[in-house]
Ligand binder design. Structure first.
Ligand SMILES: *Cc1c(COP(=O)(O)O)cnc(C)c1O
Length: 356
């Protein structure tokens, strides 16, 4: 790894009690370039712009994918990643689907640990605080030719993140737009999937909703995901979530919730979640909770569903009654080293790994 430390670090200007998530970047970043059929040296360098032309293939033809993950600082100042090998597997799965060359474990996990280690001071400590990390892969060849690019960049950037708290949201069940199609790229964390979701989401916001529950592209009869999160439904005391497929992203939070629910002895059904069954359960009072899960906010609880012009309210459960709240609490306690980790999910970021 080539290491170039920042000569004018901004860490002394960083106020952990007052910063803007997503706009504040840590002092360093990882980059690695691919050309002539192979990945070059991994570089740990000062964060900043890199020059490209508008003829860069990634922005013209959309060969671009990313990951979203977090590092947490415990009460003693130790830093942990959460199931990072899952993100490594997934970025290569996304890369493969987009015909982007796969990366090595050393590039991903080695780069990640070095970056988090060198900028560990940037990780805010305390409840809900973390460092949000964005590994990404994109085509960099300068060519207006609609074919697979011959040059790429792998990069990792990171921004401090705070508070998980999000107010309950109301969501519109989509009966027209789709996020993903059968045989498409829905299971890849492709940048273009986000682009395709913005317009329908904007329309839902104009109708007074906060987010969309995506349904299948064929019949719009089955739940798929909620915004950019996986979705869970609780009817009586059973929780339901759609099975992953080429249309549903295999979320690490989703997988963790399933394992934590099993540990709590909650009955879980992974399979089709039919829109009309959920509406029916809302009408007969057996629908208890609907929520989304993902790395960014862990859990987003829904207060109402919109379906074909109808506004259906959901019960307001206390944290003691809510499976979503209990499972989130279990997960966050493991992530932040406030509970035992029977699954072996936490990965300690050792000090000074970047200098070896
Ligand atoms: C990233 C993402 C998720 C959540 O995945 P996590 O690994 O839990 O963060 C769910 N759905 C979509 C579409 C996503 O892009």
């Amino acid at each position: 790894m080539i290491i170039q430390k920042s000569t004018n670090p901004r860490i002394s200007t960083f106020d952990p009690s007052d910063f803007s998530f997503g706009n504040t970047f840590i002092d360093h970043m990882i980059i690695c370039e691919y050309e002539n059929g192979k990945w070059g040296d991994l570089q740990l360098i000062p964060y900043g712009p890199i020059g490209f032309t508008p003829a860069m293939m990634g922005v013209n033809y959309g060969q671009a994918c990313f990951e979203g993950m977090k590092a947490y600082k415990d009460n003693d100042g130790q830093v942990f990643l959460f199931r990072p090998e899952k993100n490594f597997e997934r970025i290569n799965k996304s890369a493969k689907r987009l015909a982007i060359p796969e990366i090595s474990e050393e590039m991903f996990l080695g780069g990640l640990k070095a970056l988090v280690d060198i900028d560990r001071e940037w990780i805010p400590q305390g409840e809900g605080m973390s460092l949000y990390i964005r590994p990404l892969l994109f085509a960099t060849e300068e060519a207006l030719k609609a074919r697979i690019s011959e040059k790429y960049m792998f990069a990792i950037v990171a921004t401090p993140a705070k508070s998980y708290y999000t107010a309950p949201v109301s969501v519109k069940i989509s009966d027209h737009y789709s996020r993903a199609a059968s045989g498409g790229v829905g299971a890849a964390k492709a940048a273009g999937n986000y682009a395709a979701s913005f317009y329908p989401t904007q329309l839902a916001i104009e109708e007074g909703y906060d987010q969309i529950i995506w349904t299948d592209d064929c019949s719009h009869e089955y739940f798929e995901e909620s915004g950019t999160m996986n979705v869970f439904v609780r009817i009586n005391d059973t929780i339901y979530t759609p099975k992953t497929s080429d249309k549903i992203l295999d979320g690490i939070t989703r997988d963790s919730f399933l394992k934590l629910a099993e540990r709590r002895g909650i009955e879980v059904v992974v399979g089709n979640v039919k829109v009309t069954d959920v509406i029916e359960a809302q009408r007969n009072g057996t629908l208890k909770e609907v929520w989304g899960v993902g790395t960014a906010v862990v859990t987003s609880i829904f207060e109402a569903l919109g379906y074909q012009g109808e506004h259906l309210e959901l019960p307001r459960l206390s944290d003691e009654e809510s499976f979503a709240a209990q499972l989130k609490n279990d997960l966050v306690n493991i992530q932040t080293n406030n509970a035992e980790d029977p699954f072996g999910w936490r990965v300690l970021v050792e000090e000074n790994v970047y200098s070896v």
